[in-house]
Design a protein around this ligand. Sequence first.
Ligand SMILES: [Zn+2]
Length: 280
Amino acid sequence: MEMELPILTEKNYYDDVFYMSNSRFKEYIACPLRQQAIDLGFWKGKKSTDALLLGNYVHSYFESEEAHAKILDENGAELVSNRGATKGKLKTAFKIADTMIKTLEKDELFNAFYHGTEDDIVIKEAILTGELEGIPFKAKVDSLNISKAYFVDLKTMESIRKEAYSPTLKTYTKQAIYNIVEYSYHMQMYVYRELLMQQYGYEFTPYIVAVSKEGVPDKEILAITDDILEVGREQFEAHAELIREVFLDGATPDGCGHCDFCLTHKKLERAITLDELLEK
Ligand SMILES: [Zn+2]
């Protein structure tokens, strides 16, 4: 049965439940049973965090004055102190966000890159829809340069260069690479590029602008090359079939066995050996 899908706008984008998004897809990979329970309204998803709000705060600044004012307006209680000498000022945790903004704002290449040059057609928060492996998908692109065929995703992170241990790579690597691999930014870029191809009919080049939350923020424009996009594609394709069956056909998947949902419903059945524990 073909389902009529809604047309997505600024107003209904986040309330929509008919399209798969990159973040929802990632939750399905982490634990399909948990995400299915969330989709069906039986389980509460993660609450929004300070890190998410900080990211949105930085993003909105480079989107438009109105978008930034709206974030401040809607999240005033979380963002702004209402007591003592700091009353009316940004809370300490969010002051760094203003420093991050200034770091990018004064950089010539960032500005030309993110906002485009004079004759470029650039769409901020561009809404995309399409279909991947039979799954209806939606995405919002931070900055889409139609004229020069590239798109930029702005990522705030603890550090760009600090070493972090990546369980996937089984080695220490730089934080930006850790994030790309462990948070599947490569898969996100792959999905966005495919949706752009469907919508515009030509290939867009993905970039990540990384800005760090360190006292003096670091910044880089990272080119997401074909080899890393290929890793993203492989991850997407490895999970797409199962997720399609669960998301569209209501199949009941296995749980991951160790998330909050699975642990809440975990029942002991027998003793296990340490070898079994290692393999689980
Ligand atoms: Zn689970």
